[in-house]
Ligand binder design. Structure first.
Ligand code: 5GP
Ligand code: ZN
Length: 118
């Protein structure tokens, strides 16, 4: 996808700090973080939504999620216990803005006031 921002990052045409990567996924800080450590998990191939991603990649997806969370929690956990939410918006009606599959990792603290739909 020539004009897809996440494909450009995956191809290295736009620089970004890679937090973790494996063969099919990478993670980078969100450009507009809603909280410190807000991170995106992104497949290197262009899939519009979760429905387009082969289920055979699920293991690698979870590897990327878990290794990324371990790294970012270690970085920001100095002050106490930190939790996290995983958010995945699919299609415009659900709030998807970038049409390349991605998962938000949102670090959470007790009483931080962040509202996550669930
Ligand atoms: P969505 O609403 O599609 O789930 O969220 C898209 C997310 O991508 C937003 O949180 C937005 O801040 C982030 N984003 C959009 N463009 C870029 C970019 O070029 N680089 C990075 N790191 N994040 C981006
Ligand atoms: Zn793409």
């Amino acid at each position: 996808m020539d004009d897809c921002i996440f494909c450009k990052i995956a191809r290295g045409e736009i620089g970004s700090k890679i937090i973790y990567e494996n063969d099919n996924f990478f993670s980078i800080p969100d450009a507009n973080p809603i909280v410190e450590g807000h991170t995106l998990i992104i497949p290197k191939k262009h899939f519009k939504t979760l429905l387009d991603m082969p289920s055979t990649l699920a293991g690698e997806l979870f590897d990327c999620i878990k290794k990324t969370v371990e790294k970012i929690i270690k970085n920001i956990n100095a002050g106490g216990s930190v939790g996290f939410n995983i958010v995945n918006n699919n299609f415009k009606a659900a709030g998807q803005v970038v049409n390349h599959l991605h998962f938000h990792i949102i670090p959470r603290r007790d009483g931080d006031g962040i509202k996550v739909i669930a």
